[in-house]
Design a protein around this ligand. Structure first.
Ligand SMILES: [Zn+2]
Length: 145
């Protein structure tokens, strides 16, 4: 359920998206809020400025949360983001331990505005191959921990 407090924080994320555009970047903004709704960190897209395909605000905040917050604190945070996180960011959010995501624009709605946003091809993938050779360093690592 999305509350009025959620909507207020979403509006801040949307303002960050507009700020990104004003700076010449793509229109995406996000923030991370603590359990009482206090803003812990903010980010916007800097893919163009940083020449970094991973510079999505959601992934930046997930990395920040994993680095700066304890797992317990991360689990009590909510990410507010102007658009539904992409697959790359979703993976980072999962690994960061962030407890909840609230987004404004769904991916399907984004694709209506920019069809290229939904046109990601799949990458040809082959494997598994050489599993016994690949298993050796992994097995050695996990026996150590
Ligand atoms: Zn993303």
């Amino acid at each position: 359920m999305i509350t009025e407090a959620d909507e207020a924080l979403l509006r801040r994320a949307i303002a960050l998206a507009a700020h990104a555009v004003a700076l010449g970047d793509a229109p995406y903004g996000s923030l991370l809020a603590g359990p009482d709704g206090e803003v812990l960190a903010e980010a916007h897209n800097t893919v163009r400025r940083d020449d970094d395909i991973t510079a999505h605000p959601e992934l930046k905040l997930a990395r920040w949360a994993a680095r700066e917050l304890t797992p317990d604190t991360a689990a009590r945070t909510t990410m507010y983001t102007s658009c539904q996180p992409c697959g790359m960011c979703e993976g980072g959010i999962l690994r960061s331990g962030i407890g909840r995501v609230v987004y404004a624009l769904a991916t399907e709605q984004l694709v209506e505005l920019n069809p290229d946003s939904g046109a990601w091809p799949t990458v040809p993938t082959d494997g598994p191959a050489l599993p016994e050779e690949a298993r050796a360093p992994v097995a050695a690592y996990y026996r150590r921990t």
